[in-house]
Design a protein. Sequence first.
Length: 248
Amino acid sequence: MYRRIAAELMGTLLLVYFAVGVATLSFGFGVAGRSLSAGVVATALAFGLVLLVLVYAIGPISGCHINPAVTLGVLLARRIPPLDAVGYWIAQFAGGILGALLLWATFSGSPLYARSVTGLGADGWGDASLIHIDMGGAFLTEVVLTALFVFIVLSMTSTAAIPSVAGVGIGLALTTVHLIGIPITGTSVNPARSLGPAVVVGGTALSQVWLFIVAPLVGAVVAAALHGFVGPPEKETPLPPVQEDEAP
């Protein structure tokens, strides 16, 4: 259990550091130039590729949830005990905060960085959204995107799926939801990813972070229900062959 907790903490930390780091570079520092599309694509690929490699790296240890919404979906699918889920949640939120702190410490070494101006890839609505989406639209977006993502995770990790391609499918799913979600809310679908930067940046990001915790968890509930209804059937574990008694 301690190894699994450590893997979840480390995985969430790395996801925030690298993927949120690309988001900050693209939209905070403006390294993508004036091309909004370039920033969106770069950030979406960063999230997807980091998750893809982490699935293969720590998936055999903890399942590579690194997302409280995924853990909730797995819990509702009865694939993890409640006590283990609580341990995962603690590790994920801690990893998200530590990853954001490490990222902030990295960027603080640049004279071009100002926390209140450059930010740290935090999610938001209203003035914090690229299209100024309202709160209701942001909530609906996060529920839908998280439901899709968690549904894919549950499907790709079922006993009916092909384990060798799970990382690719899950990574592409995260990339896909970011491609549409970044201009709308910045894309959370992961409460730990949202809480870490919000704690470090404070202000509007921290006051709005509740939505990016609640909505993804609602989306996970929807995903678990959909998976139970239309998901691929679990394969039955074959019984061991019956050994016939040897003749005397």
